[in-house]
Design a protein around this ligand. Sequence first.
Ligand SMILES: *Cc1c(COP(=O)(O)O)cnc(C)c1O
Length: 394
Amino acid sequence: MNKQPNNITNELVHLGRDSVTNGRSVNLPVHQTSTILFNSLEEFEAARNDRYEKGTLYYGRYGNPATFELENMISELEEGAGCVAVSSGLTACAVSLMTFASAGSHILIADTVYGPTRMFCENVLKNYGVKVTYFDPMIGTGIDQLVQENTSVIFLEAPGSGTFEVPDIPAITKVAKDKGLTSIIDGTWSTPLFCKPITLGVDVVVHSGSKYISGHSDAMLGFIVTATEAQYNQARKMSLAFGDRAGANDVFLALRGLRTLEIRLKQHQESTLKIIDWLKAQPSVSRVLHPASPDCPGHEFWCRDFKGAAGLFSIELAHIPEQKVRNMINSLSLFAIGLSWGGFESLILPVDPAAFRVATEWKERGPLIRLNIGLENTQSLIDDLAVGFSHLNE
Ligand SMILES: *Cc1c(COP(=O)(O)O)cnc(C)c1O
């Protein structure tokens, strides 16, 4: 680096642009490549020997200069030893599990994990002889009791999908360290700006880059960040064994999105906290499940280990007939209906944690609704919700 970044704000502007700091354009171009050309057979052979090493140009699938800049940037932000960019957040979850859980071993998966990660365990890992136990994310050091002789991995998500419980990350990772297990965490919600799990003792952090990191609902990619070089090499080899790669346009969009990540998150946070205050005053809302809300299990761990409040959370409604809830959702004009989150637009969807959880109770609760707070005017979002909520009381 020509410029020495000294804090996150500067890092977000200057990291990942090494190869252009002496060039003409501010941004790296879209690096569209398959074949890489060499000047001699000897140079080609040297690249082949080093193809699993970080930053080696060999063939498009192994990454190109833009992929390497993005990977280094994410790794620096996470304070990791290395990062592997992959084609989606789900690929990051699946490849990290394939890397660190071997056939015949046993893994511990948080019951609140992202649904498709759970499906990967159920539909793929179990068929390859991996035993899976789901645990209550609020278990803390009690996870000790669930570790078996052949346990290889503890997989966490903080906060949990849909219900937003925040686990005691240091307590769980300490058990993992003491027992020689690999701890993996899905840190998509917080981004490296609001939590750095490696500094809390986690071995591997996975992200969906499709959410806040790219931030505009137009890219799909994922990241696997490791605490050590050895883990990085293992993860890189596994992703290459699957032939996976992050697409050139998606890499470009993630590098671009990262420049504004901090200011976007500030605005998402400010708006979210105001909307939560409004929601808490509504008689039809019985709980706000956001880590910043004392109603949320693990709020105290969020206060201790996280630096900010992201804009994705759920509200639990009082016992209201389903049709009224559907009318409420359908009546909104700023909150759109659709999957994913972390873009600039507000979204709403019902969630049903009872559908597959096995280690946590979700009984006799009111309907659960997930909100993604976008970058629209905060008061306009509240006004939109107020119109929607009038349908709950009809
Ligand atoms: C969206 C999401 C994923 C999957 O990411 P994709 O890029 O959509 O594959 C994984 N984990 C969490 C917590 C997510 O919200």
